[in-house]
Write a new protein. Structure first.
Length: 422
């Protein structure tokens, strides 16, 4: 088996909360050596929810050791597996010097502070590339590094609204609704990882680094690309339409037997419509002239839904999905999170892998959805403890003597979890 695709690439990861760590995690899963940088008692990622993704305006609020431990039990693990833990407090001059030394041995720096934070710290791109001339640095504040909103702060929820996503999410006559999982964060993470890898490919060709000015808002606007194009060409603004599609019918979720059980059905052409009618054995649907084509069916969606619901409501959602799929009709049972993880499809592809955390807790981790044939992206290690790899990173890589490492820790410049437990 060959080395992972990004083996030999070293990333200094300053990102917090979800969007940034999600992006650096993609790099770590692909084999890059990603160094998770934190300060003692100042980890938004471990405490979660102190200040916003891509928008920390200044020093982070203190997070207790208990909160850090509890944070390790949830999203921190998924977002920071396969990473090394380094703790440096950048409020100390010695901390900034250590940081610059680390930059000198890294290929990439990633941060999602508010615009201007790195420059105010004296650690902007023009400074850092003196220590690594071919450095790739990505800055991903909520609104990018230019424009009238660049100093604004934002969470993923606001980005969904401002990016146009929620203008189409909800029911006619109702308010816009956010997505259930804050889709902005994983989307921005993926787009950020793509940007970094693109810059690395460019560096491999030219030998020069790049500064990436990444706007999380623009990343979200991209998800409305078709709607924007439709408006510019046809003058149409999409309306909130629940689970329906303006051009296809039937399209939606339908009640199944049991409590809160549903199935999604999408009929995209007339052949699928005929197959649906055959499965549910409804001559009323099959022979009704009003339902003869997609163009006609969208005008009678309520009547069609009533007939389909009459059939699905007496059946198990998995049974409905299988029957329709066997007939060539796109359908999927609506699964909760536990059902999705434990579905036969996910289990058959070994989607979950279990690792023992350094504190003895067994955690399940989701694998990456991409399976590379010769260079697999694997979940190799749990998320790091605070400063877990200080000795390796400072001693082995930077060559800092043990006595100096002890001085740095005793003065508060560096820290480990045991330091916080003090």
């Amino acid at each position: 088996m060959r080395d992972p695709l990004l083996a030999g690439i070293r990333v200094l990861d300053m990102t917090q909360i979800r969007a940034g760590p999600k992006g650096s995690r993609w790099l770590a899963d692909a084999g890059a050596e990603v160094i998770k940088l934190e300060a003692r008692g100042r980890s938004d990622s471990r405490g979660f929810g102190r200040r916003g993704s891509g928008n920390t305006a200044g020093p982070m609020e203190s997070v207790s050791v208990e909160a850090q431990r509890e944070g390790n039990r949830v999203a921190f693990e998924q977002l920071n597996r396969n990473k090394l833990g380094l703790s440096i407090d950048l409020s100390f001059p010695d901390g900034k010097e250590l940081f610059k030394q680390m930059v000198g041995i890294c290929d990439v720096v990633m941060e999602n502070f508010s615009y201007g934070v790195m420059d105010r710290l004296g650690l902007g791109y023009d400074v850092l590339r003196r220590y690594r001339p071919d450095l790739v640095m990505m800055s991903m504040p909520a609104y990018g590094s230019s424009g009238p909103y660049r100093d604004y702060v934002s969470f993923g929820w606001a980005q969904e609204h401002m990016g146009g996503i929620t203008s189409r999410t909800g029911y006619q006559g109702g308010p816009p609704l956010k997505t259930g999982s804050i889709v902005a964060d994983p989307v921005n993470g993926v787009h950020g990882a793509i940007a970094v890898m693109t810059a690395l490919v460019g560096r491999a060709k030219t030998g020069t680094g790049r500064f990436i000015d990444f706007s999380q808002l623009e990343s979200m606007i991209l998800l409305s690309g078709e709607a924007i194009l439709d408006y510019s060409v046809n003058g149409r603004s999409p309306q909130r339409n629940g689970n329906r599609d303006p051009f296809l019918a039937p399209q939606g979720v339908y009640q199944c037997a049991g409590d809160d059980n549903w199935v999604s059905i999408s009929v995209t052409n007339d052949a699928e419509w005929v197959a649906l009618c055959e499965v549910i054995q409804s001559s009323e649907l099959a022979n009704e002239p009003r339902f003869a084509s997609s163009e006609l069916r969208v005008n009678y969606h309520d009547a069609i839904d009533d007939l389909i619901n009459e059939w699905t409501s007496k059946r198990d959602k998995i049974q409905v999905m299988i029957e329709l799929q066997n007939a060539g009709v796109p359908a999927g049972a609506v699964l909760d999170q536990a059902e999705a993880y434990q579905s036969p499809q996910a289990v058959s592809r070994d989607f979950l892998v279990e690792l023992v955390h350094p504190d003895g807790i067994l955690f399940p981790y989701s694998r990456t959805p991409s399976k590379f044939s010769k260079t697999p992206a694997e979940v190799r290690t749990p998320g790091p403890l605070l400063g877990e790899h200080n000795e390796y990173l400072l001693g082995t890589l930077l060559g800092i003597p043990e006595s100096e490492q002890q001085r740095l820790e005793s003065s508060g410049v560096t820290a480990t979890l045991s330091t916080d437990l003090g």
